[in-house]
Design a binder for this molecule. Structure first.
Ligand SMILES: [Zn+2]
Length: 427
């Protein structure tokens, strides 16, 4: 039981303007990774580092790649076996066509209780919230048993180089739980879908469109592969049902390309083609089993195509060498994550949400991967994903965040740390 006195001591140390000002300052720094345009995470990371240093937190900056640093912020609160990590990323996705925005994407304009701009929602608001929560905990002077680490990381939106570097440098070794600060609209997300992305490369024989029998079109194999992917999806859906938090598993062909390279031309039968497939999984699916299914599908399609061309050639009285081939390459393999409801970090997040909102927490799952995926998969760190912001808004134009929810998030983060780092044991 944490005393009301301790709770109030922490809440008194939170100044709501801090999170609004820090979010605005970060949003005004364009941190899209775009070397051609000369923008990167560097200035946003430097701003966050300066802010944390000015508020008495320990700060180190580590270059991950040129102009792409991680910032590691530490609050060594007191002796104790637990280390709680808050994780937020400094990069944002492109605003796209700026003329389609009603608000300046890097203006941090406030209208009513909403702030608009790229990153307000995903995830500079939540990044600011975690730093403000850490600073408030320090300022409050409440005794805590353990350490808080703020991972202000680069490149979450693409290859997740920042979190991988954080792990490679050994920073995750002591971490016993992590809060992934991403827009989940106040929900506590305890699971994340896995992602398996693959490329099928099909080779036939290029030829003139007027003489298709002199080549080998990959189109029948493309069609068969697409149908096969759908069969795999429906088999998974029937076998597993709908996951309460994550919904249905999916096998989605997203890029269907023939020819695989060069300009397409109407009178040329493409010799090479490819299909990219984006597979999203739920916890009971095995990624190695799916890879086997994909390999088997490729072999089956090859076999059926050979049989099809043999039959067809016999019908026409011709004989072609059918050396149609399908190669499979796995591009990304990120597992699902699931943290048990009884885990201390879930309990801490639930208590914090109840204490601040005076209502029962809502639990959910994250449809995409986050930096938390690697912390969970590589270091077995239990994670929860939570933060301010409508879940549909990331990556859209006129991205926004509700400022009241953002201030509430600072309080929830601070209370989560207060509970997890066992202040009650010291009272
Ligand atoms: Zn994000």
């Amino acid at each position: 039981m944490i005393s009301q006195k301790r709770i109030e001591q922490v809440l008194r140390a939170i100044n709501p303007d801090d999170v609004i000002d820090l979010t605005a300052a970060l949003v005004k720094i364009n941190s899209v990774w775009d070397p051609a345009a000369g923008t990167s995470e560097q200035p946003a990371a430097e701003h966050a580092a300066r802010w944390a240093g000015e508020h008495g937190l320990q700060v180190i900056m580590e270059p991950v790649a040129p102009e792409r640093p991680n910032v590691i912020v530490t609050l060594a609160a007191g002796p104790g076996p637990r280390t709680l990590m808050f994780e937020g990323h400094t990069d944002v996705v492109t605003p796209g066509d700026v003329s389609a925005w009603t608000h300046d994407p890097f203006g941090a304009e406030i209208v009513g209780r909403r702030m608009f701009g790229r990153g307000t929602n995903d995830t500079k608001g939540n990044l600011a919230a975690m730093l403000v929560a850490m600073a408030a905990l320090k300022r409050s002077g409440v005794p805590l048993s353990g350490t808080i680490v703020g991972g202000v990381l680069c490149d979450e939106e693409d290859q997740m180089l920042g979190v991988r570097h954080f792990i490679d440098r050994g920073h995750a070794e002591a971490v016993t739980a992590a809060v992934i600060c991403e827009p989940q609209d106040g929900m506590i997300c305890t699971s994340q879908k896995g992602a398996l992305r693959a490329r099928f490369h099909l080779s036939g024989k290029m030829c003139h469109g007027a003489m298709p029998l002199s080549g080998l079109n990959t189109a029948p194999a493309m069609a068969d592969l697409i149908q096969g992917l759908h069969r795999l999806e429906s088999a998974a859906a029937c076998r597993l049902g709908r996951d309460d938090h994550l919904g249905w598993p999916s096998f989605t062909p997203t890029v269907i390309q023939a020819p695989a390279g060069g300009a397409p031309q109407l009178n040329v039968v493409p010799g090479e083609s490819r299909i990219l497939v984006d597979i999203r999984t739920v916890p009971r699916q095995s990624h190695p089993a799916i890879v086997n299914d994909l390999k088997e599908l490729a072999r089956d399609v090859e076999r059926r195509c050979h049989a099809h061309y043999d039959d067809y050639d016999r019908l026409l009285g011709i004989a072609r060498r059918c050396d149609l081939g399908i190669d499979l390459e796995i591009l990304t393999d990120r597992p699902c994550t699931r943290t048990a409801p009884e885990d201390p970090i879930v309990q801490a997040a639930a208590w914090a949400t109840r204490t601040i909102t005076c209502s029962e927490p809502v639990y959910g799952g994250v449809p995409g991967a986050t930096d938390g995926t690697f912390l969970w998969a590589l270091k077995h760190i239990p994670i929860v994903t939570m933060g301010a912001g409508d879940r549909q808004v990331p990556h859209q134009r006129d991205e926004w965040v509700d400022l009241d929810q953002l201030v509430e998030t600072v309080k929830i983060y601070a209370m989560t740390a207060l509970h997890y780092l066992g202040a009650d044991r010291l009272i």
